[in-house]
Design a protein around this ligand. Structure first.
Ligand SMILES: NC(=O)c1ccc[n+]([C@@H]2O[C@H](COP(=O)([O-])OP(=O)(O)OC[C@H]3O[C@@H](n4cnc5c(N)ncnc54)[C@H](O)[C@@H]3O)[C@@H](O)[C@H]2O)c1
Length: 447
């Protein structure tokens, strides 16, 4: 087995988010609040999760953050870019995710986090406009300005390492084109201001060129480009994406694998949402919604394999709707109606009504993704980090590999990767040795 030698998590880790809106500022507020002991980082595996090590009989459970080296919350520094000039306190107040009683005690720290000027193009995000936008000769020049921001942030904040997590608005849907194939072609297209180069692609390029791991938290195309995936490999930088798996899709990837495991058929899955935050407003634009829809729809096909199980899933009618409805703010309400069928084709229904809080669900994912990406970088991993599929609606996988969507399989993959990094036995859950069987080669792997 290849030996991984993880570098220590010494010094400060800068977490930079393009986009300092609801998700980003809720994440920052939660970390600052946790380090003051004012709240618990609920939902974060790297803060609160345990991992089993060795055989069940050994009864060894370790806090993940004690098993492997991670940045301490005290060593995390925040930064970001936005088209608005609001500092993180103002942006969080306007997002109305957190109540004043939770924001006021951290006002001083939040006020100090000020957005850098954004690379923005209204062709990609229609329903918002703001004053804090970079000007440049062309898109390559804008990328250079972002690269300078990244370097300056690292220097001025005395950071050892950085991670970028895209928390910007969902951009209009784009398909991979000829200008996205090679780095030379991509740079030429940026120089020529090609309309097929979006701001999120420019941030990704800048991040990778600076050797900084990059996560795409939204469904728009950026880190998925062939030229940028290759750049990540060539520069030895980890990448992950796309689209944080939080509310309805999280539920889907819990429920669908369970139904499939019992070979219950599904005739239809109708998902609808009402949402009143800025994200919901942006998603009213059909182009931005298209990016979201593609990401949300792909999940079921991949889990259910309709081509293998045509009798059970071959005729599945899957619909996803998002409606902007202002009174709800960030408190998204999702309804799922699932038409299932059992023995002899008898029909049944499942209804799920999820009254969630979008950014409350997404915030711990930003922390975990940043911490795990930093761990990946310190472990010498590069390119696609499939083990972080656990957090994403449209997980990246190498060309030719089916992405894994089942939340429990994703969790096993993540845990085994941590064991691998920490030089512990992998766990395959076979469990026969406890009953006196010889597992042969499998016994080299803990059960
Ligand atoms: N909250 C969730 O559960 C969840 C789940 C999956 C994905 N997402 C995605 O995360 C992203 C952030 O969500 P949110 O609720 O914080 O949205 P938000 O609208 O509150 O914040 C997005 C911020 O990005 C800024 N922005 C837009 N384009 C930018 C650019 N080019 N550069 C810098 N800043 C830019 C906007 O001004 C805004 O402040 C969205 O794309 C959303 O679809 C959220």
């Amino acid at each position: 087995m290849q030996q991984i030698n993880v570098k220590p998590a010494s010094g400060r880790l800068g977490i930079l988010t393009p986009g300092m809106g609801a998700v980003s500022t809720t994440f920052m507020a939660g970390v600052i609040s946790a380090r003051k002991g004012l709240s618990k980082p609920i939902g974060s595996l790297t803060e609160m999760g345990y991992i089993r090590l060795g055989k069940r009989t050994e009864k060894r459970q370790s806090l993940i953050r004690e098993f492997l080296p991670f940045a301490r919350l005290d060593d995390i520094v925040f930064g970001g870019w936005d088209i608005f000039t609001d500092n993180a306190y103002e942006a969080a107040s306007k997002a109305r995710v957190l109540r004043p009683e939770h924001l006021d005690p951290i006002k001083e720290e939040m006020t100090q986090i000020k957005p850098m000027a954004a690379v923005f193009d209204p062709a990609f995000v229609k329903n918002i406009s703001g004053p804090n936008i970079k000007k440049g000769k062309n898109k390559l020049d804008l990328a250079d300005q972002l690269r300078a921001d990244i370097r300056n942030f690292k220097k001025n904040n005395n950071c050892e390492r950085l991670v970028l997590v895209w928390c910007g608005s969902t951009e209009a849907h784009l398909k991979v084109g000829p200008e996205h194939q090679t780095l030379e072609g991509f740079e030429k297209a940026m120089k020529e201001d090609s309309p097929n180069i979006s701001p999120s692609m420019i941030y990704t390029y800048a991040s990778l060129m600076e050797g900084v791991p990059y996560v795409n938290g939204a469904p728009n195309l950026s880190v998925e480009l062939p030229c940028l995936m290759k750049l990540a490999e060539d520069k030895g930088v980890p990448i992950a994406g796309s689209d944080f798996k939080t509310g309805q899709t999280l539920m889907k990837t819990i429920i669908a694998p369970g139904l499939k495991a019992r070979l219950l058929g599904i005739a239809g899955w109708y998902s609808t949402n009402i949402l009143g935050n800025r994200d919901g407003e942006v998603l009213q634009d059909p182009e931005s919604f298209k990016s979201k829809e593609v990401s949300k729809l792909s999940v079921l096909d991949s889990i259910l394999e309709p081509e293998r199980y045509p009798d059970l899933y071959g005729d599945l009618h899957h619909l996803v709707k998002i409606n902007y409805y202002k009174p709800r703010g960030d408190n998204k309400e999702g309804w799922d109606n699932i038409d299932i069928m059992g023995w002899m084709g008898y029909d049944m229904q499942i209804k799920v009504n999820f009254l969630c809080r979008d950014s409350i669900l997404a915030a711990p994912l930003v922390l975990d993704l940043a911490q795990f990406m930093d761990l990946a970088a310190r472990s010498g991993f590069k390119g696609i980090q499939e083990w972080l599929s656990f957090y994403l609606k449209s997980p990246l996988a190498k060309q030719g590999l089916q992405p894994e969507h089942d939340l429990q399989v994703q969790k096993l993959k993540l845990e085994n990767t941590l064991r691998y990094i920490g030089k512990e036995e992998l766990i395959n859950h076979l469990g026969l040795t406890y009953y006196g069987y010889d597992e042969g080669d499998a016994s080299k792997i803990g059960n």
